[in-house]
Design a protein around this ligand. Structure first.
Ligand code: G6P
Ligand code: ZN
Length: 564
């Protein structure tokens, strides 16, 4: 224990726009670097916790991006001055988002602060983010983030102990006296707790046999790409040390502050090097994760792409391959509203309850806490379960490997069999990134007024030889089953009589301009159609979606930035 220190009160100025979005406050690094900007937001988070803060323990860590370590040091100094008793910090400031959730739950802390802008690029000219997770391990709900925002609007000062200097690169624990009270910072191994949790969930020995091969089966060759993000150390420990995969099968496994210039978003556009490597290499399986480790992309041999919506449905149908679910049973499934409805078919056939929630992982949390939900996912490459309260990229990969080990089939065959059993929901998403915000808002208003005209209901929309009859057009709203809280304006929906859907949403995770997302989902059970290319099958609906929205006219864009 070192000598006592005292806290200082620093006068500050209010910064506008510190309103947390879908996943915390996410802005350009240079905005966070403004004098007092980051300190204000940290103070607001702590203050929003009210009296519970005194004597509390919090977890701190992030995805290793530029400015992260600096912010860890600021959090240590500000938390110490605000009556926090203990911080559990990942070594080098590194903790994946799923690991933060794991650690909050395991040590029953009051919450955690995650330093990440998820899949957004990193580096001095890119993005940073700060997100608060509550004691259930999940992203703070609107009630908490609104409180944080209200505080940022009136904050006059923050408390800090400027001379605390703790080495966050070394695993150790330090306690100092702050105004008579002990304050502890424990620097922990970033991977240990998460690895232990995964070992309790999955049968590592059967996955190892799959990956190493056995007398009756050749080794199942995988390529795991950590995209220079936070999952590097986790991938190394789990896939290399535990499961015995060779070093050449794990790539980009050193976390870099700028992700090596990559856009760490695991999709067909930004993880193209994985797609190419799988296409041209001897691999049976590929997986990539985003900057903070909660998103995943799964590929089969020849880069056969598993859409996140299908991935969710296949896992739902095969949860018996995973020991965790044998223990807990299957309580329910859920997906976000724009996610393809493939899992709905599994739920219907197996009699398991299905929930639909707005976009954003936080909406799953209440259902899980109340014991209604085992598995959930989103089209935005998020898959997870009630083992934590975040989506979990490495978990999804291990879940897939468990299913492959159990069924003894290729990824493609697993999908084909699944579609033969349940029919296929063709799904695609078109993204128009960095559009002019005003133009995007005008477009959304235009769509909303079109789809709410009384004559829209029942109208027939035609493209080529396909005609769709409108069942309903609305702006999606949601009432939380558990606490009755409401979320409105969560996306414009056009539902057709045959179950097909078009959805328009503005992204809540961008840091500049507006990103328009157009989601198209259509169900087919004709065996001759199951194998078809999704873009081909969905073309008529995409054309209709673009026509109704007048997207080209409003935004001047004739092609999407990303198609998933
Ligand atoms: C984050 C959240 C997800 C959500 C996604 C939506 O990744 O954790 O739960 O689905 O953002 O992003 P968007 O850009 O579409 O708002
Ligand atoms: Zn993420």
């Amino acid at each position: 224990m070192s000598s006592a220190v005292t806290s200082k009160i620093i006068e500050t100025r209010v910064y506008d726009g510190q309103k947390p979005g879908t996943s915390g406050l996410r802005k350009a690094v240079r905005i966070f670097m403004q004098e007092h900007y980051t300190e204000n937001f940290i103070q607001a988070i702590l203050q929003a916790l009210g009296e519970q803060l005194l004597g509390s323990t919090l977890v701190v860590g992030g995805d290793g991006r530029y400015y992260g370590k600096e912010v860890v040091r600021k959090i240590i100094r500000i938390a110490a001055a605000n009556g926090v008793k203990k911080l559990i910090v990942g070594q080098n400031g590194i903790l994946s988002t799923p690991a933060v959730s794991t650690i909050i739950r395991k040590y029953k802390t009051l919450g955690g602060i995650v330093l990440t802008a998820s899949h957004n690029p990193g580096g001095p000219d890119a993005d940073f983010g700060i997100k608060f997770n509550c004691e259930n391990g999940g992203p703070a709900p609107d009630t908490v983030t609104n409180k944080i925002y209200e505080i940022t609007k009136v904050l006059k000062n923050y408390k800090i102990i400027p001379d605390i200097a703790i080495d966050i690169d070394k695993i150790h624990s330090t306690t100092i006296q702050v105004d008579e009270n002990p304050f502890t910072v424990e620097i922990i191994d970033s991977v240990d707790d998460y690895l232990e949790h995964m070992k309790n969930i999955f049968d590592f020995s059967s996955i190892k046999t799959l990956l190493q091969g056995s007398n009756d089966r050749p080794a199942f060759k995988v390529l795991i790409n950590a995209m220079n993000g936070v999952t590097g150390p986790y991938v190394r420990r789990i896939f290399s040390h535990e499961l015995g995969v060779s070093d050449s099968s794990i790539v980009n496994v050193t976390p870099l502050e700028d992700f090596g210039g990559l856009h760490p978003d695991p999709n067909l556009t930004y993880a193209k090097d994985l797609v190419d490597a799988i296409k041209n290499g001897p691999y049976d399986f590929g997986a990539a994760f985003d900057g903070d480790g909660d998103r995943n992309m799964i590929l089969g041999k020849n880069a056969f792409f598993v859409t996140p919506s299908d991935s969710l449905a296949v896992l739902a149908a095969n949860l018996n391959s995973i020991p965790y679910f044998k223990k807990t049973g299957i309580k329910g499934y859920a997906r976000s509203m724009p996610t393809g409805a493939a899992i709905d078919r599994v739920a219907a056939k197996t009699g398991v309850k299905l929930y639909e929630v707005p976009t954003g992982w936080k909406y799953f949390g209440n259902l899980m806490d109340a014991g209604h939900l085992s598995l959930c996912g989103e089209e935005s490459f998020g898959t997870g379960s009630d083992h934590i309260r975040e989506k979990d990229g490495i978990w999804a990969c291990l879940a897939w490997l468990s299913v492959v080990a159990n069924l003894g089939k290729s990824v493609e065959d697993i999908l084909l069999n699944h579609w033969q059993t349940y029919g296929r929901n063709f799904f695609t998403r078109y993204d128009y990134e960095n559009c002019d915000s005003e133009a995007a808002n005008k477009m959304m208003h235009h769509i909303e007024s079109e789809i709410q005209k009384p004559e829209f209901m029942g109208s027939k929309l035609t493209s080529g030889s396909k005609t769709y009859v409108v069942k309903l057009g609305d702006n999606y709203s949601y009432v939380d089953l558990i606490d009755g809280s409401q979320a409105s304006k969560q996306g414009l929906r056009i539902l057709f009589q045959d179950g097909s859907r078009i959805i328009y949403r503005l992204s809540g995770t961008g840091s500049s301009g507006a990103t328009i997302r157009v989601y198209v989902d259509s169900y087919e059970d004709d065996p001759a159609s199951l194998n078809k290319d999704a873009q081909e099958v969905l073309k008529p609906l995409v054309t209709i979606a673009l026509e109704i929205s007048k997207l080209r006219e409003f935004t001047d864009r004739d092609a999407p930035t990303v198609i998933t």
